[in-house]
Design a protein around this ligand. Structure first.
Ligand SMILES: [Zn+2]
Length: 253
């Protein structure tokens, strides 16, 4: 089984003690590519370092909405320079997080808009983080009709999901689909076309049901594939093949 982890923070400090072993276990589990999105500008050099040390780890560059205090307006110019010089696989992680305490919506939207414009200009997909903001993201994307991307760890409604799929977006699903109690998410995955689904771990965060309280890691991606296969009543090989093809298409691998 060959899989692509479409969202794993492989550069995270959580992996500092044993990154080599985490990578080896991922490879042994069939995870052949790991898309590693950025959080802050400070993470970009670290992402370049992991890309060089670990073949198949592919960074995206962006400014994450949960770290607004770390961002500076000059980082957008720096991002533009990185995109033109280093051609990452995507712009991200970017988006809107209205679930955090006292979100500065205006500042988040301005930063997200600027990154959408950069992604459109450089013809790169966007990796979108959207919490309590799916509809707002949808409206902001209307200005960029040709832009493609993925709604990572998707948590909106089925109706919203179908609109994203119609405009060519993919939806990323990870550990939460393995939770027995996640009934709404299960119905959503069962109803969506497999051609619109990407598998992800979001490691070191969002571990699946078998690993509650543990540090998540990319080697556990087959558990996500298994859960999606069970929900769609398909062989896990079909889920692996199709979602890998989906990731290759979106990120042009
Ligand atoms: Zn993330």
């Amino acid at each position: 089984m060959r899989l692509i982890d479409s969202h794993c923070h492989f550069d995270s400090d959580a992996f500092a003690p044993d990154r080599e072993a985490v990578f080896a276990r991922a490879r042994a589990a069939g995870v052949e590519r790991i898309i590693s999105p950025a959080t802050t500008a400070a993470s970009w050099p670290r992402l370049i370092a992991v890309r060089e040390a670990y073949p198949g780890v592919l960074p995206a560059f962006g400014l994450h909405p949960m770290f607004m205090a770390a961002h500076h307006s000059s980082h957008l110019d720096a991002l533009e320079k990185r995109l033109s010089e280093q051609r990452p696989v995507a712009v991200g992680e970017c988006g809107l997080d209205f679930q955090i305490d006292d979100p500065d919506r205006e500042a988040q939207e301005a930063l997200f808009h600027a990154q959408l414009a950069l992604a459109a200009r450089f013809d790169l997909p966007v990796i979108v983080h959207a919490r309590k903001s799916v509809e707002r993201v949808w409206l902001m994307l209307r200005e960029f009709p040709t832009l493609r991307g993925v709604m990572h760890s998707y948590s909106g409604s089925l109706d919203q999901a179908q609109r994203f799929v119609e405009r060519g977006f993919m939806l990323g699903f990870g550990g939460p689909v393995t939770w027995t109690r996640a009934k709404r998410l299960h119905r959503l995955v069962a109803a969506l076309p497999l051609e619109a689904i990407l598998l992800e771990t979001d490691a070191p965060d969002q571990p699946g049901e078998q690993h509650r309280g543990e540090r998540n890691e990319p080697a556990w991606l087959p558990e996500v594939a298994g859960a999606v296969a069970a929900l769609k009543q398909l062989p896990v090989e079909t889920v692996a093949e199709t979602t890998t093809a989906n990731a290759r298409k979106l990120f042009r691998l």
